[in-house]
Every structure is written in C-alpha cells, then in structure tokens.
Design a protein around this ligand. Structure first.
Ligand SMILES: [Zn+2]
Length: 333
C-alpha cells in the first residue's frame, strides 16, 4: 500500500512539474506503465465503465420502451354495417374477445383485411374486428368479379405462354380483352369516371405477331444507339417483352393512362388516375404488376400504367403484402 501511495505522489509531483519538461513526462508515463496496481486499476476503471456503458444502452432502450405509434394501415376497401342496429367491434377475431366499439347500421368502415368470417376494420379511432355476417362489402363493382385458375396465369421471361394458347376476346375501349373480364373492366372505368377520374386504355390484348413486331422495333432502337444485336435484345426485353413472354398476349392486361397524361412512362405515377387505380383497382381484381421495388424479381421496369387482372382475392392479398405475382405464386427463378 505504501508503495502505491509513493507512486501516486511521485506521479502527482511529476505531473505538476512536467508541464514544460518532456523528459520528466516520459518518465512518469513509464512509471505508470511499469507499476501495475490492482487497487488503482479498480478505482480508475469503475467510473470509466459506467459513463461509457450508459450512452450506449440509453438509445437502444428508448425505442423499445416507447409505445409503438399507431400503425399505418393500407385499406383494401370498405364495408357497411348491414345489421338492424349495429355490429360489435371486437378486439380480436372471436366472439369471446372483448367488445371495443360498435359499427352502427348503415355506417361504413375502412377494411384493413378480410379474414374468414371476420373483417379487420378501422372505424373512427376504433380498430378491431366485426363479423362478416353483419357487413356488406362496398367499393366493389355491382358486377361480380370473375375468378378462376385462368386468372392466375404467370407469363414472364422464364414462364412462356403455353403453346397454342387461345383466348376468347371482347372489344373494350378501342382494344381487346379476355371476354371474361369485360364486365369488370367496364365497371372499373365507369366507377373511376363517377369519382371524377378519366381512365384511358392505350393497350390491352396483343397477338403474338404484334408482340414480335413491338419487340423487334425496340431492339432496333437499341441497335441504332450502337448496341450489338444480342445486347440490344437484352436491353429491349426489360421494356418490351419478347414474344410469348408478354402478359399482353393473355388478354388480362390493361395499359391505362389518362387523357391529360397519355405517355406510358414514370410520370404517370404522379397522376390522379394512377392514384385512383392504386387505391381501387384491387377491388376489381387488378394488380399493379410491375412494382417499383420488385424489378429484381420481375425483370421489368416499374410500369405504373400496366394493370393485370388476377381476381379480387389475389389482388387484395398483393395490395396488402406488397408482393409481386411471382412472390404471391411462389414461382421465383
Ligand atoms: Zn403493359
């Protein structure tokens, strides 16, 4: 103990004296290093550990202790209470669950998710579940939205259209579509108009010959820019699909713009027409096929104008999950 005290005194004296004396400072440092002392180590380390550990733990604690902010929901439609007086809003999707509110007869609520027998809703400040027996779905066309395996066909660069594929076509807005989606596509355009939004069809069904011609024209554009034919084909395929890899050949696709913005480019995403489609098209069974954040999977650029019919169930699910069709179907290359 005496020895330690001595060292401390020597250190203190040396420090006060060493301000203008490099040699003595060096010596002090050497002494300090050469004299390991458990007592000093504990005494000096303890206070240093506390301040360094506090600032690192505090920031990590804050987010976990702060209550989660109100989640942002993406609504997939609306339901209206069809009960005589009201329907209970419950905390969970079960009749055993606590009642957290009521949705009065004739009132509508935003839908977060449709479940089996229950609807997850947001009504005013109340979020909970109502029985689907006492609600009717709004924001869907009066015509039934068709469904079936045919609507789930995957056509992309690695999943070619089946050989001999034929589809019965119907005229729609100056183009042609699979006749099974004519009614619902008509309803979607009409409902948009009622909401003050003009949708304009610029492309729908394409025959194999048309697709070949369009692809070839795009290839030529790149060749003109100086690309080799092989490279031009690769570049072109990210914008215009090769024959038999285009969804347009299914008749289930609508390329939609608006009279005030007729270009099929990224600017369409800023229009009211896109906003309406983004909020409502899933109610008619249409999905935004080539999403901005899924280009690595679809291998196609973000196409805000290209809407693909998949049926309501799949369109709703992809609207909520943000998945693209390849992910939804679990068919990833
Ligand atoms: Zn398209």
């Amino acid at each position: 103990m005496k020895k330690i005290l001595m060292i401390l005194i020597v250190m203190a004296l040396a420090l006060t004296a060493s301000a203008c004396n490099d040699a003595s400072m060096e010596q002090v440092q050497q002494t300090a290093v050469a004299a390991p002392s458990p007592t000093i180590a504990v005494a000096t380390q303890a206070p240093t550990i506390v301040p360094t550990s506090v600032p690192t733990t505090v920031p990590t604690l804050i987010p976990t202790t702060t209550p989660a902010p109100t989640p942002t929901y993406i609504f997939v439609g609306q339901v209206m209470c069809s009960a005589n007086e009201y329907v209970n809003i419950r905390e969970h999707a079960s009749t055993d669950s606590e009642i957290v509110g009521a949705l009065p007869s004739g009132e509508s609520a935003d839908v977060i998710e449709f479940l089996d027998g229950w609807v997850h809703i947001s009504y005013g400040r109340t979020v909970g579940y109502v029985s689907s027996d006492y609600t009717i779905r709004l924001c869907i066309p009066d015509v039934p939205v068709p469904m079936g395996e045919w609507a789930m066909i995957l056509v992309n660069p690695t999943n070619l259209l089946p050989e001999g594929f034929v589809v019965e076509l119907a005229d729609f807005e100056g183009g042609q579509v699979d006749s099974r989606i004519l009614e619902v596509a008509t309803a979607m355009f009409a409902d948009a108009k009622k909401a003050g939004v003009d949708l304009m069809l610029v492309d729908a069904f394409r025959s194999e010959a048309t697709q070949s011609a369009q692809f070839e024209a795009k290839v030529q554009q790149y060749i003109d820019k100086g690309y080799s034919r092989a490279d031009a084909q690769i570049k072109a395929a990210t914008i215009t699909a090769r024959p038999n890899t285009s969804e347009h050949q299914t008749g289930l696709v609508l390329d939609i713009v608006t009279p005030t913005y007729t270009k099929r480019n990224s600017g369409f995403a800023d229009t009211e027409a896109f906003k309406w489609l983004d909020e409502n098209a899933h109610n008619y069974g249409f999905t935004l096929r080539y999403k901005e954040d899924k280009q690595d999977i679809t291998k196609v650029i973000f196409e805000s104008w290209h809407w693909r019919f998949v049926g309501v169930e799949a369109a709703d699910a992809m609207k909520v999950s943000g998945e693209c069709l390849e992910e939804y179907l679990g068919i990833l290359d």
